[in-house]
Write a protein that binds this ligand. Structure first.
Ligand code: NDP
Length: 335
């Protein structure tokens, strides 16, 4: 069983040599255990937080152990009555070819229907990132018909779902993404009303002017994935009593400082700013997955994937995610 371990913690930027490829024997299955062959690994920004020993929104990942992470695969062998060989399952099997799972543990393994929805989508639009979009949008941004919603990292796994779910609720939707290709995709394929290429708008004045044009009536709900100067520009356009869902601040994950320029606007505009962690909103998962699954199956929720081939590619693909080299949900394909 080939695995990728975290062997050292980054000092500043994460690097490929923080990881090592390791070969380990597969243990015999005990009662209650299930063997899963992984088809796809999910690479997610939160993993950067786990690589550090300090406080993050995720627990630190132990050294010399398999990198934790969401996985989809197929059951090869089972000693648990609820699972049989051939079942498609979602789990948290980590960066390895096979996982040996104690299936009785709550949330350890979930059977999914791979006939209606592709297996990989259960790591993206119909998985944790999709539910993140749903929770932050519906519970915190609380969009109403005719309002304007903005979202950063708009072409990504979370952001793409945020914008489409907001469009489905009758909102004007403005995205931010890095590069002309990503912005064209966000507008033309995902149906956002506007998408601003923040890389082509390097100074605050240009970004603010472009945003004023894209959101002429101001912004009522903002879904934050990035932090830094995009947040500053949005704060200046927020309408009174606007809602900001603080979902992620990826611009700061690799150690860069991300100061906030206008905290006084929270008071002046009477904003609600609320952070959330999707794994703490368990009660929302069924409703979220029902809407997301329905929309992916009927084609009204679109998504894109960047797929790295082979376990050994996982570290580089992960570092690329932290640099915005992915375009849509970043996966590693093993089978
Ligand atoms: P994405 O698929 O959106 O990939 C990350 C994207 O972030 C990149 O493609 C890039 O897009 C952008 N990015 C990367 N580095 C930077 C940078 N330095 N400055 C600005 N943008 C950058 O990832 P996800 O959709 O999986 O995650 C999006 C956010 O949601 C992350 O912040 C993540 O931590 C957060 N999250 C939070 C959860 C929670 O429970 N609170 C759960 C899941 C995710 P571009 O090229 O357009 O800049």
């Amino acid at each position: 069983n080939r695995q990728i371990h975290l062997v050292s913690r980054p000092d500043g930027e994460a690097r490929a040599d923080n990881f090592r490829l390791v070969e380990a024997p597969l243990p015999e299955l005990a009662d209650g255990q299930v063997r899963v062959r992984h088809h796809y690994l999910s690479l997610d920004p939160y993993m950067r937080g786990r690589m550090d020993a300090g406080r993050s929104y995720a627990q630190p990942q132990p050294l010399d152990a398999v990198m934790i992470g969401g996985t989809v695969g197929v059951v090869e062998d089972s000693r648990h009555p609820g699972f049989a060989a051939g079942d498609a399952v979602v789990g948290i099997g980590g960066w390895q070819e096979f996982a040996t799972v104690d299936a009785a543990q709550p949330g350890a393994l979930r059977k999914v229907d791979a006939s209606r929805i592709p297996l990989s989508a259960y790591l993206g639009a119909v998985g944790m990132p999709g539910v993140t979009a749903w929770v932050g949008l519906t519970r915190i941004c609380q969009p109403k018909e005719g309002e304007t919603v903005a979202v950063s990292a708009a072409s990504g796994a979370v952001g793409s779902a945020v914008g489409q779910l907001a469009k489905a609720r009758g909102c004007r939707v403005v995205g931010f993404a890095g590069g002309a290709d990503k912005c064209a995709y966000v507008r033309e394929e995902l149906g956002f009303d506007a998408c601003l290429d923040y890389k082509a708008l390097p100074d605050a004045k240009a970004l603010g002017a472009a945003l004023a044009e894209a959101a002429p009536k101001g912004i009522d709900g903002y879904f934050e994935n990035v932090g830094g100067r995009i947040l500053d520009a949005v704060m200046l356009r927020m309408n009174d009593f606007g809602r900001i869902a603080m979902c992620g601040m990826i611009a700061g994950y690799d150690g860069e400082p991300i100061p906030m320029a206008y905290p006084a606007l929270i008071l002046r505009s009477r904003l609600t700013v609320r952070g959330f962690i999707v794994s703490e909103h368990l009660a929302d998962w069924p409703a979220a997955l029902a809407e997301l699954g329905q929309r992916v199956a009927d084609g009204s929720l679109r998504y894109r994937e960047t797929v790295a081939e082979g376990l050994e590619q996982a570290p580089e693909a992960f570092l690329g995610l932290l640099k915005g080299r992915n375009f849509g949900k970043q996966l590693v394909k093993l089978v």
